[in-house]
Design a protein around this ligand. Structure first.
Ligand code: SF4
Length: 304
């Protein structure tokens, strides 16, 4: 499988302070024609998985057109990353599924309104997301998942967030260690980036809560493998590497034809401490920006 990820533009109705696109909001959106041409080209190149990403794609007036066109181009599944708010509007989820939307990944960063709305920068977000999630389920969307960015302010709430996901019957979820390479977390590292050891411990606890609830389809992303040595089947990068021979990004301001390779050999790093670690061949290591600021003493190389 080859995956094509189309960043249609960075405009968003949320204001997450840790967002990697924090300073890109004002860049011009890709036009409908440009997005359609890019999707068609990806399809001709043999891409079979499509992901629409923003900013927030659902606030585009052509959102339903893009979904329908993607299906007409032959993408068997059309996935969307979203903050979920628009799906709380009457009829919106049904219209999106009818247009051909098959997979939705909703971003939920807290176990309740106070934390989620605080992190996303607007009152009412949590309520709308929960309503949107219910509407998508009722509309019969094929696959619904939740992703949560792990930042300093929500680390301790991860177990409570995991129990909320269990209560919402979310079978597929991802806990993502915040990216300090660019955007909000790069600008204010100490405000947003938790200690790796503390975050990993909370993320493992969240995975365990998922297991207890009967799902092993909860994953972690952007973490050193050594801190998840007993959870390697639930590391997103490893799953992605097995599922996709290539992942390509297309955005208003860049194109990246080798997302996995450039992350492994650019934004992330294996350090001197990794020498001899038997997980190294598959591991992307730690965010370079993290290693530069906090060192590598939290890594636990696996020998023997
Ligand atoms: S290569 Fe480094 S970061 Fe990766 S598992 Fe080994 S010690 Fe950890």
């Amino acid at each position: 499988m080859k995956k094509f990820v189309a960043f249609t533009g960075y405009a968003c109705n949320n204001r997450c302070g840790f967002c990697v696109h924090l300073r890109r909001r004002a860049l011009p959106q890709r036009t409908t024609r440009e997005v359609v041409a890019a999707m068609a080209s990806a399809r001709r190149d043999g891409c079979d998985a499509l992901e629409l990403v923003g900013g927030e794609v659902t606030i585009r007036p052509d959102f339903l057109t893009l979904v329908g066109t993607a299906r007409a181009l032959g993408f068997p599944r059309v996935a969307l990353a979203s903050n979920g708010r628009m799906f709380s509007r009457p009829g919106f989820a049904r219209a999106a599924v009818a247009a051909g939307l098959t997979d939705v990944m909703l971003s939920l960063h807290g176990d309740g309104a106070e934390l989620h709305d605080g992190l996303t920068g607007a009152a009412g977000n949590f309520k709308e997301l929960i309503a949107g999630l219910a509407a998508l389920k009722a509309a019969g969307v094929g696959r619904l998942s939740v992703n949560s960015t792990v930042v300093r302010r929500n680390v301790r709430a991860l177990p409570a967030l995991a129990y909320l996901l269990v209560a919402l019957e979310v079978r597929s979820a991802e806990f993502i260690f915040v990216d300090p390479s660019v955007g909000g977390a790069a600008e204010d590292f100490e405000e947003w980036v938790p200690r790796l050891g503390e975050a990993a411990s909370a993320m493992r606890r969240a995975l365990a809560i998922g297991r207890e609830a009967g799902t092993s389809d909860w994953c972690v992303r952007y973490v050193p493998l050594c801190l998840f040595r007993d959870w390697l089947g639930q590391v997103s990068e490893l799953r992605e590497a097995r599922a996709f021979s290539s992942v390509r990004h297309w955005a208003p301001d860049f194109v990246n034809d080798d997302v996995q390779g450039s992350r492994r050999d650019g934004a992330r790093v294996r350090t001197a401490r990794c020498r001899g670690c038997r997980l190294e061949p598959e591991c992307e290591g730690v965010w370079r920006g993290y290693a530069e600021r906090r060192g590598d003493s939290e890594l636990e190389p696996v020998h023997g």
